[in-house]
Design a protein around this ligand. Sequence first.
Ligand code: ZN
Length: 287
Amino acid sequence: MKRQLKKVVAAIALCAAGGFATHAVAQEPDVKLWQLSSGTLTLDKGWLTAMSGVGTRITVPVAMYVIQHPRGLLLFDTGNNVEVSDGKCANYWGEGLCGAFTAEQTRDEVIDRQLAKLGFKPEDVTHVIYSHFHLDHAGNIKLFPNAKHVVQKEELRAAWWPEKFQRAAYVLKDYDGTRDYDFLQLNGDFDLFNDGTIVILDTKGHTQGHQSLQVKLKNTGTLLLAADAVYTSENEAGVIPGITWNTNASMASIDRLKQIRDATRGEIWYSHDAKQYESHNHDKAYD
Ligand SMILES: [Zn+2]
């Protein structure tokens, strides 16, 4: 009897040790992140902050990200189309759009050349994640014909047939001919590699299918790449964004990101905030 009990105790101890061993072995993956900008846009501040600074033109970055994960090389947004480079904006976007969102972009600032500076080729990119399909975010989808394209299903519908009041910022020729690309069509949140490091968050409001990206880095902590859910620090502080598909949903998404920021002790990174962008390091990876 005593011997049997001993055996049971030994077995339990072994299980517990095994359990601990599994935990110790399951390491967090090494993830690196670079924040880049597809040149700048000069625009009326009122596009970003409703009823605040209307009539004042400001110059802002066009944030995009390269993320290296053991299971793939990812992009989050792709910037303005390559054809917009080197003063040729009006040829591609047309005078009206270029007047409203004056793009300054050199050829070297386009995502393929920025990847090259980091030692990658466009063919190395396995996943392109889009916050949404507006001209300054999905502009270069065609540079990555063989990647998996990660986007909300509602955003694809909106991009192909936008509400009339939202049409201007969707440039159909950025993505015409891409219907047979490999799209991962999402309906809400998604943990891309099921390891908690790259989590797509539903932040609709700016557009019907807007999404943000939560990236967990070992040293830096949790970054909430808001994209156009939060253009600038003023939006985070409560100023309604200037361009919204649905203002109520937009404000709920800002609240959602703030709640996750507090829960994870993370940071919200904006899409078009010059001051915050300049405070970040763009030469080295965040890890
Ligand atoms: Zn934008």
